[in-house]
Design a protein around this ligand. Structure first.
Ligand SMILES: Cc1c2[nH]c(c1CCC(=O)O)Cc1[nH]c(c(CCC(=O)O)c1C)Cc1[nH]c(c(CCC(=O)O)c1C)Cc1[nH]c(c(C)c1CCC(=O)O)C2
Length: 348
């Protein structure tokens, strides 16, 4: 990775991603901004989710809220995986309590016409917000992110959230050429969206392939990995760490690393020492406390956290996180205490 002469270069988070020695294990949480915070619910009142993603001042405030409150080692840009799709004109919305809903699902070759390339002008509010954010964040790194081609395709083909991905998988098995073209187009959009964030000042990027765990390894390798690898290759030259995360991906961890990640995110189902064996050398790991542990008393949270840290003891690089996003009903004080506990316990 190239050396970046930036204020964030020597942060514990970026050092851990680069597998260098750290003063303490860095911590951040997926979905650290959002409904678990009363200050978030207050500023979002009456503003639809997608609209709030397009207001740079609001994005800046929401992104900073968990950094102020929890003393986490990184901020994650407040947005959503469907923002770049909305920006190129796909008719979709985020329905409260449901998730992304697409007006005209992509089921045929003609439907691909909904997807054109993304230009920086389509998301000028992202460039503006990241400029404001990095000025405020100083030495705290900002993580940019995007949805991976498969997870985006799952919403576009199904038309909304799904448990089975039956339409997406039917296309993948039944019309592999259309599927490959769809994922390739999504790879270009995703890569362009990550480039905008890196050029605006993001210090790292995370590719969320949240639902890839629904796939068998052979299908992932054949029908999904090439598109995700294209995304990682497209941003390689920037030299910023690339994190690759999915849920239920125990059987895919090696392949998710192979796709081109520097850091592989692990959910709570596979202990980190076993995950390291599956991923192989040369990559850091991120994770992996079960987010529901935060509903248990502090002693139980600490005991489960020690299990994670013990399993991580021999890793080349470890970024502490939950195994998936913070649940909206989580007590935010439990998160603040968790950051403090990990920092104290791992201080070197
Ligand atoms: C699959 C996925 C989506 N969006 C995202 C993913 C991948 C991450 C994951 O695996 O959880 C990514 C995402 N979405 C959001 C963030 C915020 C950044 C952060 O982590 O703090 C991130 C990283 C904000 C959001 N994205 C969404 C919210 C809730 C909307 C609100 O606050 O009104 C937030 C804060 C909406 C959304 N958007 C999506 C879902 C499933 C939902 C939840 C629907 C609901 O329960 O209401 C799609």
């Amino acid at each position: 990775m190239g050396k970046q002469p930036t204020a964030t270069y020597d942060s514990a988070f970026l050092k851990a991603c680069r597998r260098e020695p750290v003063p303490h294990t860095p911590v951040w949480f997926m979905r650290q901004a959002g409904r678990s915070l009363p200050e978030y619910r207050k500023v979002r009142e009456g503003i639809p989710m997608l609209e709030s993603c397009m207001r740079p001042e609001l994005v800046t405030e929401i992104t900073l809220q968990p950094v102020r409150r929890h003393n986490v080692d990184a901020a994650i840009y407040f947005s959503d995986i469907v923002v770049p799709l909305k920006a190129i004109g796909v008719d979709l919305d985020i329905k409260p309590g449901v998730g992304p809903v697409v007006e005209r699902p992509i089921r045929s070759r003609a439907d691909l016409a909904q997807l054109r390339d993304l230009t920086p002008e389509d998301v000028s509010y992202v460039t503006e917000a990241i400029g404001m954010l990095t000025a405020e964040l100083g030495q705290t790194p900002l993580i940019g992110f995007a949805g991976a081609p498969f997870t985006l395709a799952s919403y576009l083909v199904e038309g909304g959230p799904s448990r089975t991905y039956e339409n997406a998988k039917a296309m993948m098995y039944g019309d592999p050429e259309l599927w490959a073209d769809l994922l390739d187009r999504l790879a270009d959009i995703t890569a362009a969206f990550l480039k905008v964030q890196i050029e605006a000042g993001a210090s790292a990027v995370q590719l969320f392939d949240s639902w890839a765990g629904a796939l068998a390894p052979a299908d992932y390798r054949r029908s999904v990995l090439p598109a995700s690898a294209k995304v990682f290759r497209a941003v390689e030259a920037y030299g910023v760490p690339r994190i690759h995360f999915g849920v239920g991906t125990g059987e895919l961890l090696g392949l998710m690393g192979e796709a081109g990640a520097d850091v592989v995110g692990v959910d709570w189902r596979v202990p980190l020492d076993e995950a390291a064996r599956r991923v192989g050398p040369g990559k850091a790991l991120q994770g992996n406390l079960d987010p529901t542990v935060l509903f248990a008393p502090q002693e139980a949270v600490e005991a489960k956290t020690r299990e994670v840290l013990d399993a991580a003891a021999q890793l080349e690089g470890h970024v502490f996180n939950l195994g998936h996003g913070v649940m909206p009903s989580t007590n935010p004080d439990a998160l603040t205490r968790l950051v403090e506990y990990v920092h104290t316990r791992t201080a070197r």
